[in-house]
Design a protein around this ligand. Structure first.
Ligand SMILES: [Fe+2]
Length: 195
């Protein structure tokens, strides 16, 4: 992939690096700025059109960029038609999640047990709303949620505190009242859009 084909992505990474240079990457304000900047990126029609041909499928995340200095990660998630995701969290990390192509829905949950019994968890539905092309969600640490495709193929861009896979996340099975606390995220596929 020739990174020069995506000047919007290059300048996005430059702006994120400047933001991370401020040293506030755990602050909600920092992530509001990431949300805003990601919202601009996903308006880029060249990137939208290119994503039609991105590889990737259920259970995979494209590595679009991983910052060598600050550790933040930019991923691509391609969801097939009618892909219903399972409730999960992103552990201690923050995520900004922007819908680049297609349309999705976001579901938010609240945990109703006290977490005192290992492997047990009960959830309550908090909210469910449409996430069309251009929508950006912020996922704070431990927020239980699911992003699902409810139409044709969709593509989302994630900005994460760190590369997934190096920490355990919760994957919830509300129909069983259980949680798998050892989930390591999706299979990562290198697909760099910027050096
Ligand atoms: Fe998620």
């Amino acid at each position: 992939m020739n990174e020069k084909a995506f000047p919007a992505f290059e300048s996005f990474i430059t702006d994120l690096r400047t933001l991370w240079d401020e040293g506030q990457s755990e602050a909600p304000d920092h992530w509001e700025k990431v949300r805003s900047r990601l919202g601009d990126l996903i308006k880029d029609e060249t990137l939208q059109q290119a994503s039609i041909n991105w590889p990737g499928k259920r259970g995979e995340e494209l590595i679009l960029y991983h910052d060598p200095d600050h550790g933040f990660f930019v991923g691509g998630l391609v969801r097939p038609r009618e892909h219903q995701a399972r409730a999960h969290d992103h552990a201690h990390t923050w995520t900004a999640y922007g819908v680049l192509y297609g349309r999705e829905k976001t579901t938010l949950y609240k945990r109703t047990d006290d977490g005192s019994v290992t492997g047990k968890a009960t959830l309550e539905l908090l909210a469910e709303y449409e996430a069309p092309q251009g929508h950006v969600d912020l996922v704070p640490p431990w927020q239980i949620h699911a992003e699902s495709n409810f139409g044709d193929r969709s593509v989302a861009i994630t900005v994460r505190t760190e590369k997934p896979g190096g920490y355990a996340q919760n994957m919830f099975f509300p129909e069983l009242g259980t949680t798998d606390m050892s989930h390591k995220g999706l299979k990562l596929i290198p697909f760099p859009l910027a050096a």
